[in-house]
Ligand binder design. Structure first.
Ligand SMILES: NC(=O)c1ccc[n+]([C@@H]2O[C@H](COP(=O)([O-])OP(=O)(O)OC[C@H]3O[C@@H](n4cnc5c(N)ncnc54)[C@H](O)[C@@H]3O)[C@@H](O)[C@H]2O)c1
Length: 352
């Protein structure tokens, strides 16, 4: 079977993870790159020894390209994915799938008519700690999962630039980093349909640009005075199977430390996936906290992206399952949009 020929759209920080993973993959060939910034396209293409496309049309018209990774700002994900699918390419699109539910649903319709595949960049599903836990969940070791807690708190972590510009991002920590932990819990729970969402958002701290004694990640066009996204989002989501999920995520909060925590609770056992994988079981009237003996107990960026892209390459070549299909991206957008809507209205939203 011949190698999968891939191009990357968007040449910023996360594109580097995609490109590195394709170039390290024995069954993939990284063909080229396109970014709206010609200087960035040229520099990245030169550094990696790949083709610099002058336009998206040129890239999509190249018959050598079988699949694309979309690593652009959130406002262009769905549109570029639809164009790529129409051009006959398989797609790995970064999270979130889109900015709005309508865009996500339009894309889903295009995909269903196309025979092509869209994988959503829920990278944390593919990390080895998540895969280990999923095998326990799927084997029924924890019983039915009926509660989950998803926390991704940054106390000073608004990256600024497009992340802080809702027109390009669609929102703040909820759509950017909350989505990762929400998705992990939801995936472990078997992707049940959400029926009610009660959300709260707040933006009273801003991006805390006054704090200069702690370092933070900022994007190239960071402007301390610009941010129109929320600082904090919390939500309670109920699912049709009776399960519930509590979410909290922030860019700015007077918290003593950053906190990443993902936990699921079932009838026979529970588990923490982050900050480190730990499985909780009850055997012979005794509670066991079990630490799996694996190389990585926590998410590792490089391993996660290599694993995600390995799964995408396998799925495109028809030798592996599709673990993050477009429908999951659409359902995630419904939940995220419902949190924002509920927060704006000040009451619970029904998705029935
Ligand atoms: N999976 C993860 O863990 C993870 C981590 C970070 C970012 N992301 C996602 O990756 C995407 C990119 O984030 P980033 O941190 O790399 O941002 P970035 O700003 O570093 O890079 C984005 C690049 O896309 C280019 N771009 C924007 N619109 C474009 C368009 N229409 N056509 C072509 N190029 C375009 C920009 O010029 C820029 O070079 C976002 O959707 C973000 O949510 C995912």
């Amino acid at each position: 079977m011949s190698a999968l020929h891939v191009a990357v759209i968007g040449a910023g920080s996360i594109a580097a993870m995609h490109m590195g993973a394709y170039q390290a993959h024995p069954d993939a060939v990284l063909v080229g790159v396109y970014d709206i910034r010609p200087d960035r396209t040229r520099d990245v293409a030169r550094a990696r020894g790949i083709r610099a496309y002058a336009s998206l049309d040129e890239l999509l018209a190249d018959p050598v390209v079988e699949a694309v990774s979309i690593c652009t700002w959130n406002d262009s994900h769905a549109e570029i994915a639809a164009r790529a699918v129409r051009a006959g390419k398989d797609v790995l699109v970064e999270k979130p799938l889109s900015k709005t539910v309508a865009e996500a649903e339009e894309l889903e319709a295009v995909v269903s008519e196309s025979g092509r595949m869209v994988q959503v960049g829920f990278v944390r599903r593919f990390s080895s700690n998540a895969r280990v836990l999923k095998s326990f969940v799927d084997a029924g070791e924890l019983g039915e999962l009926y509660y989950a807690r998803a926390t991704n708190i940054r106390r000073i972590g608004n990256p600024g630039g497009w992340f802080a510009d809702s027109a390009r991002s669609g929102g703040g920590p909820l759509i950017d980093i909350g989505v990762h932990v929400l998705d992990l819990c939801w995936y472990m729970m078997g992707c049940p349909r959400a029926v009610t969402v009660s959300g709260v958002t707040d933006s009273r701290l801003g991006n805390r640009a006054n704090i200069t004694s702690l370092s933070r990640y900022t994007v190239a066009d960071y402007d301390p005075d610009l941010s129109d996204v929320e600082d904090l989002a919390t939500a309670l989501i109920r699912f049709e199977n009776g399960a519930s999920l509590l979410l909290e995520t922030s860019y700015s909060l007077h918290a003593a430390e950053d906190r990443l925590a993902v936990a699921v609770f079932g009838e026979r056992g529970g588990a923490e996936l982050e900050p480190e994988l730990r499985i909780v079981l009850e055997k012979h009237d005794t509670v066991l906290n079990v630490t799996p003996q694996v190389d990585l107990l926590a998410f590792d960026f490089e391993e996660g992206f290599r694993s995600e892209i390995g799964a995408f390459v396998d799925a495109c070549r028809g030798v592996g399952p599709q673990l993050a299909p477009v429908e999951h991206g659409v359902e995630m957008m419904r939940m995220l949009a419902a949190v924002y809507e509920s927060a704006a209205l000040g009451h619970e939203i029904s998705l029935r």
